[in-house]
Every structure is written in structure tokens, then in C-alpha cells.
Design a binder for this molecule. Structure first.
Ligand code: SF4
Length: 320
């Protein structure tokens, strides 16, 4: 890490001190407000910097209905941007910069979450903290799982899904398997990982991490996403499905879920602007309502392959 930008109001928090100790040689630059930097259009690749800030606005955001989640759900915002670099990731065009930002006022955020959940809501609630980042990848800095999982255990009526591609599971297996938090592993064939998931661990390493977590009684979800129609995708995915079935006891996993590669028209335009050379966009040949999707005949072929191998799996937009 070359530079740590620290918001003035974030200086005194314990997490700020902990993160600065991890990078003793990084230059510290104090700034008035993190948005003065985060919302600036600065050169894209900027991963050698870090922003530490105080979360003063909504820590919970309702998941839009169009996201097709099943119950009352909220995104939990404790960090923005990701240490990994997946070409299809909407973070690439969601923000003006790719500098990772970490909100350090954990206790205050937890107080607000507790108040909102206990005072206002009575339904079963799902919390998704990984919408803007992979929190296990940055656990060594954010300590998200260390600091938040025990907190989630104290709340009624919630379940939490931490979605990840990371394999740094030591902090997880050193704690008792929680009841309220599940680790959801994003998986794809190694061919897709090589092409589109830069800096992420290999499929083999993710499978190994999943098996260790399962043996340690963690709840693990499998997320096969996004399904990307590269050349020979049926063959590649079939061999990948066999690899999963051989390596993981699928019945031990809480669920398996498939998600098509798709983009909204607006995200499609933003992706084109940010990465004009990407070969992903031409794969979306079908324009249906507000979504660009894989051609419906190709989807039908994949759908039939998935249901043959994983009859109990959930598949996004499975009306095809
Ligand atoms: S790991 Fe997830 S959040 Fe991170 S770049 Fe890849 S898709 Fe985006």
C-alpha cells in the first residue's frame, strides 16, 4: 500500500489504527471528506491506495425488488470497492474510482443496524454485506467477519450472506461456526476464472476452502455465477459440474444457486465506456425488457444441463 487517505473524522477509530499498523510505510494523507476523493474521476487502476472514512449515512439499504431476492433484504454498507478485479463486476462502473474505501466506525454502524432492526422490522430479514466488495478478501484489513459475526449472532430474525471468492478462512475457522452468517462461494470453471476473474484464487483453492469450512460446521452456499457463454461453454460447464460433484458433498451445502450473466441497458453502456475492448458484451445478444441477456436458445441448453446435474438448484430468472 502506497497511500492511505484518512478522513479527518475517521482518525481516532481503532480500526484506523489497526489498518495503519498493517502498512507502516504507507504515506498517510488526511482529507476533509472521503467523497472529495472517492467521487473524483481519477485514473482507473488505483489499487495501491486505500481510503478510511466514517459512515455517516444509511448503513442499510433496501435491496431493489428488481434484484429478485426472496425475502425482505438489505445491503449492508461497510466497505466499497474490491481487491479482486473481475471483468464483469459492476463495481467497475458503479463508482468513479476503484480505490477501496473502508468505513471504520464499526460500533456506531452496529448500533444503527440494531436500532433499525429491533425498532422497525418484524419480518425475517436477509442482510447482504458483500454487494460492493469481497469482505473476506479484505478481512486482514476490515476485520469484517471478526467484528460483525458475533454481533449478528445477537440479533433476532436475521440471516447474513457473505459472498466471496477468497480463501483466507483462518479467521473464520478460529471462531465457532455461527448460526446467522453463511459463506456463499462464487464459483466458475477455471477457464472463466483465468479469463475474467483477475487476482482471485483458483477453483481448486476455493473448493479446498469450502471443504474446510464445511468440516468446521460452517453453513456454505454455492453460487455459480455469472454463467458466461464462452466458446464451448456447455462442455466446459459440464466438466466443471462433474468436478464440483466429485470434490464437494453438495448435500452438505445449504444451497446451490445459478445466476446468468446479464446487464441492464444502462450498465451495458457504462461497461462499453469503461472497457471498450471487453469481449463480454457481444455475448449478450438478447434484449428483453430492461435487460441484455444471453441468447434464449443458449440459455435453454444451459438450463437443461444445470437441472440434469443439480435438480434442486435455484436458477435466477428461471422462466428463461
Ligand atoms: S470478487 Fe465480487 S466484488 Fe470483487 S471484483 Fe469480483 S465480482 Fe466484484
Amino acid at each position: 500500500m502506497n497511500i492511505i487517505y484518512i478522513e479527518d473524522q475517521a482518525r481516532e477509530y481503532q480500526l484506523t489504527q489497526e489498518i495503519c499498523e498493517i502498512f507502516p510505510n504507507a504515506q498517510k494523507v488526511y482529507i476533509k471528506h472521503y467523497k472529495n476523493l472517492f467521487d473524483k474521476q481519477i485514473p482507473y487502476k488505483h489499487k495501491k491506495s486505500l481510503l478510511l472514512a466514517k459512515q455517516t449515512w444509511n448503513v442499510l439499504l433496501p435491496v431493489p425488488e428488481s434484484y429478485w431476492y426472496w425475502s425482505t433484504s438489505y445491503f449492508l454498507r461497510t466497505a466499497l470497492n474490491c481487491l479482486f478485479d473481475c471483468e464483469y463486476c459492476y463495481l467497475k462502473w458503479a463508482f468513479r474510482t476503484d480505490i477501496p474505501a473502508i468505513f471504520v466506525n464499526t460500533d456506531e454502524m452496529q448500533t444503527r443496524v440494531r436500532q433499525e432492526i429491533e425498532e422497525n422490522w418484524h419480518d425475517d430479514i436477509w442482510l447482504y454485506p458483500s454487494n460492493w466488495t469481497d469482505l473476506l478478501a479484505s478481512e486482514f484489513m476490515t476485520h469484517f467477519h471478526r467484528d460483525w459475526i458475533p454481533f449478528f449472532e445477537t440479533l433476532q430474525n436475521i440471516q447474513v450472506e457473505s459472498r466471496t471468492k477468497a480463501i483466507s478462512i483462518d479467521p473464520l475457522i478460529s471462531m465457532n461456526a455461527p448460526k446467522k452468517t453463511e459463506m456463499a462461494y462464487s464459483l466458475n470453471p477455471q477457464e472463466i476464472i483465468d479469463m475474467y476473474e483477475s487476482w482471485t484464487p483458483s477453483l481448486q483453492k476455493r473448493i479446498k476452502a469450502i471443504n474446510i469450512l464445511l468440516k468446521s460446521w460452517w453453513k456454505v452456499w454455492l453460487r455459480i455465477m455469472p454463467l458466461i457463454p464462452i466458446w464451448w461453454w456447455l462442455n466446459i460447464y459440464e466438466s466443471f459440474f462433474n468436478q464440483l460433484i466429485d470434490a464437494i458433498d453438495i448435500e452438505d451445502c445449504s444451497s446451490i444457486f445459478f445466476w446468468w450473466f446479464l446487464l441492464t441497458n444502462s450498465d451495458f453502456k457504462k461497461m462499453k465506456k469503461k472497457n471498450p475492448a471487453s469481449d463480454l458484451r457481444p455475448m449478450l445478444k438478447s434484449n428483453e425488457w430492461w435487460l441484455l441477456r444471453v441468447d434464449s436458445n443458449e440459455r435453454k441448453e444451459m438450463y437443461s444441463l444445470i437441472t440434469q446435474y443439480f435438480p434442486k438448484a435455484k436458477i435466477s430468472f428461471d422462466e428463461l
